[in-house]
Design a protein. Structure first.
Length: 291
């Protein structure tokens, strides 16, 4: 079983189902099912998986959000650095900074200038306290010395809808969930948080072109309970990576505006540690706590 700690439809949900489908085609015919268990900012499912039997039969496909959730949410019963074993990076993708098409702000530099002229007046939508979108904006404020008013919503769709309605000036969102809003016209991207421009949006500049070093990725990967045997973790890593190298899988992931993972287990574990440290610094510095 691959557990998703979020509702269906997001990037990790899509990736988990793609990977599970490919694994189910392989001998000896082990059946992987995907189960969504949303709730409490991913804490419910993460707690359940952390206490599951460490036999490789219960895995979790999750993102940066679950790594940071215990820092943001009171009452967390698990420690992501202690209770989980990172297995494989499935995909990573940047986030988009979005405005309405009629917005006069067309660049990151203009956004910074506008915020400095009117601290706190410009509003930014995000899908909930501690979400990647929220922490990405918090880090942007810290690095640029700007002040925005951050407006939480109850998910990606409500956050983007608020921008479409004109309730806020900006929103951050991942390429997967924002793509339909961009393609159909109600929203316009002005920057991407990746190190390079997206092949599917080559005219959209990176933040790093204005702010060197400002690179933030949304990623998803598979985790197991910490006590899962190393030999089993290595086998799952190898099988999933073989799936991720298949040409049709690569093409599908690219259509989502993401890149399939191509790193070792050790490198993925290092990514998780760095995420904990970097985003944790932002959470503590900004005093971010869920109500």
């Amino acid at each position: 079983m691959i557990v998703l700690p979020v509702a269906p439809g997001g990037a990790n949900d899509i990736m988990a189902r793609l990977v599970a489908g490919k694994l189910n085609e392989r001998p000896p015919g082990t059946s992987f099912i995907v189960e969504n268990r949303p709730g409490a900012a991913t804490l419910v499912a993460a707690d359940q998986v952390s206490r599951a039997t460490p036999d490789g039969m219960t895995l979790m496909c999750t993102s940066n959000c679950t790594i940071i959730a215990p820092l943001v949410n009171r009452g967390s019963t698990f420690d992501p650095m202690r209770d989980f074993a990172p297995i494989v990076l499935a995909q990573e993708a940047p986030m988009l900074l979005l405005v309405r098409p009629e917005s006069a702000i067309r660049t990151v530099a203009q956004m910074i200038e506008a915020a400095r002229h009117a601290p706190g007046r410009l509003t930014v939508s995000h899908p909930g306290t501690g979400a990647n979108n929220h922490l990405t904006m918090a880090l942007f404020q810290r690095e640029t010395g700007t002040e925005f008013t951050l407006v939480p919503h109850t998910g990606n769709a409500p956050s983007l809808t608020a921008l479409v309605r004109g309730d806020v000036y900006f929103a951050y969102d991942g390429t997967v969930s924002a793509r339909s809003f961009v393609d159909s016209g109600p929203l316009r991207p002005i920057a991407v948080t990746g190190a390079q421009r997206l092949a599917i949006m080559p005219d959209v500049p990176t933040f790093a072109e204005t702010l060197p070093g400002h690179v933030l990725m949304f990623w998803g990967g598979l985790f197991a309970p910490r006590a899962t045997p190393t030999s089993l973790l290595n086998r799952i890593h190898a099988e999933v990576n073989e799936v991720l190298r298949q040409p049709d899988m690569i093409a599908r992931v690219h259509q989502l505006g993401a890149e399939p993972g191509r790193v070792s287990r050790a490198a993925f574990a290092q990514m998780v540690t760095e995420e904990w440290e970097r985003r944790g610094m932002v959470v503590r510095a900004a005093g971010i706590r869920a109500e």
